[in-house]
Design a binder for this molecule. Structure first.
Ligand code: GAR
Length: 200
């Protein structure tokens, strides 16, 4: 049984999608061992509690980055986490954090990386005027929104879209993409050649 650790800061819809996939048996031999939020008011945390999951708040506000990272890493170790899923975790992990879990941290980002990394990816894509955007699940390395890509889903930008309708259609694809990526990584039938994740 593989233990997943979910890190989130807000709404938690990607966390819910992962939890639903686990409950439906779509990700075999895995469970959520812990949900950690850096914000006490994250709605995703409340959902985790309602679902009877181990939900922790490790506040980041006012805490030096290194100290906060150490507390989070320690909670992940205590809960014997095998794979960490960043699900709207709006904190940059320190290089030290990333080095504690090599190849074991996934992130989801609402654009087709390497386009539009960083904050407000939908707004960036919309304002740029791209005709296709989407989402990316990737391994986390020491650079922002940068590690090897596991799954991408494309989403057309419609003339009738605004940032909100576009974000909503991307989010639907995010929920599908994250489950796919977790399955691929837990099955372990892949190798990473440079930047390329290739399935065996
Ligand atoms: C998602 O759209 C996710 O891709 C994005 O935050 C949102 C969280 O939503 N993450 C990033 O922008 C990371 N750079 P959720 O809390 O409902 O899963």
């Amino acid at each position: 049984m593989k233990n997943l650790g979910i890190l989130l800061s807000g709404r938690g819809s990607n966390f819910v999608a992962i939890a639903d996939s686990l409950a439906a048996g779509c990700i075999p031999n895995a469970r959520i061992a812990v949900v950690i939020s850096n914000r006490a008011d994250a709605p995703g945390l409340e959902i985790a509690r309602q679902r009877g999951l181990n939900a922790l708040v490790i506040p980041s506000k006012g805490t030096p980055r290194e100290e906060h990272d150490r507390a989070v890493v320690s909670a992940l170790h205590q809960n014997k986490v095998d794979l960490i899923c960043l699900a709207g975790y709006m904190r940059l992990l320190s290089p030290w954090f990333v080095q504690q879990f090599p190849g074991k941290i996934l992130n989801i980002h609402p654009s087709l990386l390497p386009a539009f990394p960083g904050l407000e990816a939908h707004e960036q894509a919309f304002a740029y005027g791209v005709k296709v955007t989407g989402c990316t699940v990737h391994f986390v390395d020491e650079e922002l929104d940068h590690g090897a890509i596991i799954v991408q889903k494309s989403v057309p930008v419609l003339d009738s879209d605004d940032e909100h309708t576009l974000a909503a259609r991307i989010l639907e694809q995010e929920h599908i993409a994250y489950t796919e990526a977790i399955k691929i990584v837990l099955e372990g039938k892949f190798e990473v050649l440079g930047r390329r994740m290739v399935r065996k």
